[in-house]
Design a protein around this ligand. Sequence first.
Ligand code: ADP
Length: 694
Amino acid sequence: MAGVKKPPTKKSFFKAVFKHSSEAIAIIDSKDRIVEVNPAGCKLFGVTKKKLINKLITQFLVSPSHWKQVQERGEIQVKQPKKKVKTVEYSLVKNVLAEYNLLILRDITDSQLQAVLELDLHHQRVELFSEVTLKIRQSLQLEEILQTAVTEVQRILQADRVLIYQVFADGTGMPIREAVLSEFKPILGVEFPEEVFPQDYRELYTKGRVRAIANVHDQDAGFAECLIEFMKEWMVKAKLVVPILQNFKSPTETKGDHLWGLLIAHQCQAPREWTEFEQELMQQLADQIGIALSQAELLENLEDLVTKRTAKLRQEISERTRAEAALRHSEEQLRLIANGLPVLIAYVDNRQHYRFNNQAYQTWLGLPPQEIDDCHLLQVHGEKEYQQIQSYVEIALRGETVTYERDLVLQDGCVHSLSITYIPHLQAQKTIQGFFALTSDITDRKAIERMKDEFISVVSHELRTPLTSIHSSLKILATGKLGSLASQGERMLKIADEQTERLVHLVNNVLDLQRIQSGKIVMNKQACQAKELMIEAIQTMKTLAQEQAIQLSFKPCNSVVWADRDYILQTLTNLVSNAIKFSPPNSTVMLSAAINSEKKPDHKHQSISYITFIVRDQGQGIPQDRLETIFERFQQVDSSDSRKKGGTGLGLAICRQIVEGHGGQIWAESCLEKGSTFYFTLPELIQSEEDLHD
Ligand code: ADP
């Protein structure tokens, strides 16, 4: 039975297992001596079996003392010759046979080293990743962000190609950044049609899908035909794709994530398993790119805004500069004009501070405009002079225009007559901001007026004396006491008498007016009963009225006026005589008076009531455009009036001087062919209780 093989015994089985086991197996006696060891054991301890048998196990351990604490399982370190140390996982089964223990050892040195290396790599990558993230975060330049991303991912993952693929609105796309090893074909700038990246793919990526393909040619990869072609062309064997989502808020898109593009890593040399860590890293980096994109876009918008705003500001500034230049130019021109005028021009604000003065302030008063600018009137003119102008300043600051005259010694050392007008400056017709002051030198005008007045006065005086004697001589002749005249002689004498009387009247009027105007006569004012004045005027005019067949009517008023009796009588008789003169026979002339219901404030804020005297006739009337001028000297509506009606054209001018000299006003109203009405006012004298009792 030579061909029949005996089946191996159990013992031979155990022997074979013992001999070929990859785990190290040792039998140790109760005194820790090695009594048996297999070849894997010898390899682990790094010595021959001979050197192990009967040796204490502790002799081969790095820390022999630890042997006492060994448990059923654990780790120990084995000492090999040449100081080599192996980390070993052990399993100790005590008393497998009485007094003998079984020790199984497995060398884990390499796997532990591997784990350490992996951990190291992991750390390294995490560090690199934070570096990249920081770079991306710090940069606001989109170009730089994208380039950093591809370069760094390629370096960290040790991928053959890393690219950023931008997805356009129409579904097409293009790699816009790439980091690729030189031995592989670049893909940058190649345009991809929509089919390569269809709508459903885009939707999946928008939801955050990550695709990690270890081998693109695997059936499971499930790529479309055209994509497989494309991957062949660019030698893609494995790929990792993560979406770059941008938190986008545009008016057209609803709030949420927008698929901006993809971050893609290719492995071209061989298929590659993408670890979870790598996938996570890519994902986080893509998120960072998304944030950076939004920030860059914001910045771009901001820059755009800043650019636009800067341009607008520039435009505004240049417009303002132009406007300021124009203003300066017109101000210069105004100042030039103001300085060229032979008058003092100033603007004083409502705090009584000078805000503008022309050059004449320097030449006339020795006050340089720049030095008095913003100074108070009192400070500029001194106490004494300020007192003289103060009341007028106050009037102007109350909103009334005021004109006054005063004499002043100017820079040339001579006394000059000045006419000063203050015109209030009202803002929005309400608040008084200040006033304009205009001062003109009227010295020459005054001198001429004086000369004229003196001339008239002299001529009139010189005329009056011979005229008076001619007049009285003619009167004597007319009595016939010096002999009778022939009828023609009598007629001539009558004409001479009438014309002489007219001339006397004219000379008297001229002298009256001149005297009142020059202020040489003092009005002798006293309390006068208005009624009495009116009665007297009526009495005086009675004869004239009868001659002309005019009826005089009278409506008095019981007030007292403060007036010069004779002058007011002159005014009343003048007005009544005009009314009679210019009325047709059988008409009525009415003289009346009324107290003004409205009380006019005087300059001291007190109320004064006025009495208005009214002379109304039913005569020919006065044209509207002559109602003002008839109050001027030698003004007559019709030049033939003086011939027909007598008169000189001075009566109303005298009336006006008298009324204004009493602080009143005179004016006329008229309707042609219907009649005229003349009014004049005088202040009413309010008598105290005591006066009334007296
Ligand atoms: P005269 O001495 O010429 O009357 P006045 O100054 O009194 O001078 O009057 C000036 C002119 O005014 C008169 O010449 C006349 O034309 C006009 N006038 C004055 N009063 C009246 C009146 N009541 N009706 C019409 N015209 C008048």
